[in-house]
Design a protein around this ligand. Structure first.
Ligand SMILES: Nc1ncnc2c1ncn2[C@@H]1O[C@H](COP(=O)(O)OP(=O)(O)O)[C@@H](O)[C@H]1O
Ligand SMILES: Nc1ccn([C@@H]2O[C@H](COP(=O)(O)OP(=O)(O)O)[C@@H](O)[C@H]2O)c(=O)n1
Ligand SMILES: [Mg+2]
Length: 246
């Protein structure tokens, strides 16, 4: 129901890498046997179970809000405001990946190439970065911004953590507005150019919308109209977070 056709601009572009992007995520969707679980994912499970209380566990688990929306929909902008007003830790998957590139780690080259192409980085890399960031922040309320980006991301997280996020906030924004914002972002990002933006929008439609649809069917999604000024949008966001129990 939230699927929107690409604008005329995007329809004219050849689907050069969307199929590559899809297969990169879907290629990794095979269910692993327990003995095959990536180390990072095992560690993530331990992080969550070790925070469980003596009541069987639920009271001390962090409240988790996944924050989703197309590229340029305003996820980062709104997360900063939510963190400030409601005391959430803000973990941006994209920022964590960019820091990994900047750190000069051996995974950096793969991450950089993937981001330049607008594709999805393998889940074990992203989940490990999120795990470390959660461990460091030790927060009891967490915004996870830009994750899960595809079914592989979602399955890796939920299967190991053993529960769903408490809420999924979806910033719904028209594509022409997202393109305009990204081209004006001016942060020197390697993926904020029109060619990569077209690919990212296609990846959002083909891989991320299904995740949003999945959580919608589970009653988890709170859709926010992401047009208007950042402050106008935050009015709606503020109302939403004021209504949540965390
Ligand atoms: N409501 C808005 N109206 C206009 N520009 C916005 C709005 N919200 C954010 N922006 C700008 O659009 C760009 C993308 O916003 P950002 O929060 O980084 O989105 P995302 O994290 O979803 O890609 C940034 O330059 C930001 O300052
Ligand atoms: N869960 C994630 C999040 C981001 N990424 C990569 O990082 C890029 C930038 O993500 P981002 O969340 O910072 O981008 P925006 O939607 O905020 O513009 C994405 O286009 C992907 O290439 C990923 O592979 N997996
Ligand atoms: Mg962002």
């Amino acid at each position: 129901m939230w699927r929107r056709r690409l604008g005329a601009l995007l329809l004219r572009s050849p689907p050069s890498s969307s199929s590559t992007a899809a297969s990169s995520c879907q290629h990794r969707r095979r269910h692993l046997l327990p003995s095959e679980e990536p180390l990072a994912v095992n560690r993530l499970a331990r992080l969550f179970t070790s925070q469980a209380g003596s009541d069987g566990g639920n009271s001390q688990k962090p409240f988790i809000a996944f924050v989703l929306g197309g590229p340029g929909s305003g996820k980062g902008t709104q997360c900063t405001k939510i963190a400030s007003d409601f005391g959430f830790a803000h973990l941006s998957a994209g920022d964590l990946l960019r820091h990994e590139i900047a750190s000069g780690s051996e995974k950096g080259e793969l991450i950089l190439d993937t981001i330049k192409e607008g594709r999805i980085v393998p889940s074990e890399i992203t989940v490990e970065l999120i795990r470390k960031a959660m461990e460091t922040s030790n927060a009891n309320k967490v915004l996870i911004d830009g994750f899960p980006r595809c079914e592989e991301n979602r399955i890796a997280f939920e299967r190991i953590v053993g529960r769903e996020p408490d809420v999924v906030v979806f910033f719904d924004c028209p594509e022409d507005e997202m393109v305009k914002r990204l081209l004006g972002r001016n942060q020197g990002r390697v993926d904020d150019n029109i060619e990569t933006i077209k690919k990212r929008l296609k990846v959002f439609e083909s891989l991320n919308i299904p995740v949003i649809d999945y959580y919608s069917s589970r009653g988890k999604v709170r859709k926010i109209n992401a047009t208007g000024t950042a402050d106008e949008i935050f009015d709606a966001v503020h109302k939403l977070f004021s209504s949540l129990r965390f």
